[in-house]
Design a protein around this ligand. Structure first.
Ligand code: SAH
Length: 384
């Protein structure tokens, strides 16, 4: 590795980029030893020959990486989750780098596990990992959801298959007293957006009056909000998700409070603004508008537009709940955008809470890439 690579490595970051690798003894994906510019031992890592992220560090020690090592690391991740008392049976058991298990995701949906191995280096160990999960967790089935497009960057095939027991198309999970259907084989990510759980629960405490949930997916925010609000209008562009919102509403006896508009959020917000509609609570949880740095300007405009419209739609003393899951849109970018939108909407913002992903998605200070989700709860008041 280069001297620049070594400085980066010493900062504690768990990745080494291909541009910092000067010589290789092998081009095979899998476990490698990472050496510094003077051929000194630095770490043991997972190597990906086709990705810009060439090495993902497993350990900075000279320990043996065998089945027992994987078992110990997975065991530690499970132990961490037990201590959290997550208020749901849908939870993240392993969150990749944050658990010292780079590119490995393990989510539990009730008795089913959904696993992703998202790098070529880790792919070599996936059978061992499935086997360890089988032995450590009494799951009814394990689903390999390796259909994430990010695997293409690793030159890995997209795979979706049951690797243990049986995995049904759908299961019902419980999240803080509410029940939701999860399409294990087809749902977004590993089936649902588990990272927003704690924010959904808090939104359930903060929502009131007439509420609006924009980019609803399957209505999980909406159901939480409807516990306290008088009504929740969901805006979602996917017809299939829109149908699922109504099913989830019914499942929780909230069908009288929740309605859905299958529409483009930008069109809906513009029209609602022009026709003078007003809400007490607005939740915005869009998909990532900025996936690469080149999308920053367009994405910024997108975030500003929806937040500006939402601020204008709020009744006096309304609450805005607004999220961004774009890593390339930092906390300060997001806050700057909110300030600009507030200025244009002629409102003042008072921060109720600024949060991130749910507690079972821990973050490491030396790995900002894992800290992608931002969520702000804001009291919005007309500027005097
Ligand atoms: N709040 C959800 C997750 C939202 S994911 C939860 O907590 O589970 C983003 C959702 O926005 C997806 O369901 C996607 O279909 C929808 N979406 C994406 N672009 C949209 C657009 N332009 N208008 C409306 N919905 C959109």
């Amino acid at each position: 590795m280069t001297a620049k690579g070594l400085r980066w490595f010493q900062s504690g970051h768990p990745w080494i980029f291909s541009s910092d690798i000067v010589a290789k003894e092998t081009n095979e994906p899998g476990l490698v030893t990472l050496l510094g510019p003077k051929s000194e031992f630095c770490a043991q890592a997972l190597y990906s020959p086709h990705s810009k992220i060439a090495c993902r560090i497993l350990t900075r020690e000279k320990e043996t990486i065998d089945r027992a090592w994987w078992q110990k690391k997975i065991g530690a991740a499970l132990q961490k989750r037990r201590a959290l008392n997550v208020p749901s049976n849908a939870k993240r058991l392993v969150f990749a780098e944050a658990d010292g298990l780079p590119s490995l995701i393990v989510d539990a949906y009730g008795p089913y596990l959904v696993v992703q191995t998202l790098s070529a280096g880790l792919e070599k160990f996936k059978e061992t990992i499935f086997d360890i999960l089988k032995s450590m967790i009494d799951a009814e089935g394990i689903l390999e959801r390796n259909d994430a497009p990010i695997r293409k960057k690793e030159n890995l095939p997209l795979i979706k298959q049951c690797v243990a027991g049986e995995v049904p198309k759908q299961t019902i999970i419980e999240e803080s007293g509410l029940k939701f259907a999860v399409d294990l084989w087809e749902g977004q990510k590993t089936g649902a957006f588990l990272d927003q759980r704690d924010n959904r629960i808090f939104a359930g405490f903060k929502a009131e009056g007439k509420a609006l949930d924009v980019f609803s997916y399957e209505g999980w925010f909406a159901c939480h909000m409807a516990k306290k609000a008088d009504s929740v209008l969901c805006v979602e562009s996917s017809k299939k998700s829109a149908e699922r919102i109504l099913e989830n509403a019914k499942r929780n006896g909230l069908e009288n409070k929740i309605s859905v508009e299958t529409a483009d959020a930008f069109d809906f917000l513009k029209n609602a603004d022009h026709t003078g509609q007003h809400f007490n609570t607005v939740n915005l949880d869009p998909p990532a508008f900025i996936k690469t740095t080149s999308e920053r300007e367009r994405g910024y405009r997108g975030y500003k537009e929806i937040n500006l419209r939402a601020m204008k739609l709020l009744k006096p003393k309304g609450t805005l709940i607004t999220s961004s899951c774009s890593f390339h849109f930092s906390k300060s970018d997001f806050e700057g955008m909110l300030e600009e939108a507030a200025h244009d909407a002629n409102v003042d913002l008072n921060l109720i809470a600024g949060t991130g992903a749910a507690l079972d998605h821990p973050t490491l200070p030396q790995f900002p890439e894992g800290d992608y989700l931002k969520c702000y709860f804001l009291a919005v008041a007309a500027r005097s």
